[in-house]
Design a protein around this ligand. Sequence first.
Ligand SMILES: O=P(O)(O)OC[C@H]1O[C@H](O[C@H]2O[C@H](CO)[C@@H](O)[C@H](O)[C@H]2O)[C@H](O)[C@@H](O)[C@@H]1O
Length: 260
Amino acid sequence: MSVVDLDAGLLQAVDRLAAVPSLLIALDFDGTISPVVDSPEAARALPEAADALRRLAALPGTRVALVSGRSLESLERVSDAAADTLLVGSHGVEVRLDGAAELTLTPEERQRADELREALEQAADPFDDVWVEVKPAGSALHTRRATDDVRERAERAASAAAERFAGLTTRRGKNVLEFAVRSETKGQGVERLREVTGADAVLFAGDDVTDEDAFRVLGETDLGLKVGEGDTAAAYRVDDPQSVARVLERLADRRAALNS
Ligand SMILES: O=P(O)(O)OC[C@H]1O[C@H](O[C@H]2O[C@H](CO)[C@@H](O)[C@H](O)[C@H]2O)[C@H](O)[C@@H](O)[C@@H]1O
């Protein structure tokens, strides 16, 4: 897809965003700037997207952020983001703002997260091609490589195991079912980023159900970009991460031209 293949309304919205004095570009990672792959460790941002983000971050009044369901540590590793990239991990539970990472779990929450991990690992153990990803405030059951039947049974077993813990937050993603002892959302993450950057406008792009929390906090001056199919609160939509890269390239070109 070339720039001319992007929807005309979207191109206009991108050009409008390019001209705001203070801009925040906040992006989901998996499925948005990184194509979905079988192993979360193998995920990488598309080189065109990474390059456009580097160009944008170097421009005046422009901040780049990643807002992910991954733990901060995993997001830092796979995204290889520049040190000045603002990071929100674990769907809003963890943040890294200008170098300082914060996560304050109480001893009780840590213990609950440990017990939850053990319970989910036990529940997942009998199933082929199912595994548990451990995060600071919870654990996620991954089923991408499992058959439909195994996925269904494994999710039932995991949900039954999680029922023993009161007050957990459950999040469903692409072939992933996650349980956490904290309930922050990507919407809260984006609000926090808006506050610390003082941005006049925000571009948020995302592909999954948990990204809808972020789309819902956007206002009239912002731009919400849904990637792929599914119901959405975003005003614009593209097909895939390659198209997101085209949008970022267009934004970088326009904003650089306005600053030259
Ligand atoms: O909010 P995101 O940045 O989109 O993170 C959502 C989840 O991403 C990862 O899992 C997903 O991507 C994997 C790699 O492409 C894929 O194998 C998996 O099936 C997807 O669910 C990550 O592992 C999770 O922790 C994130 O919550």
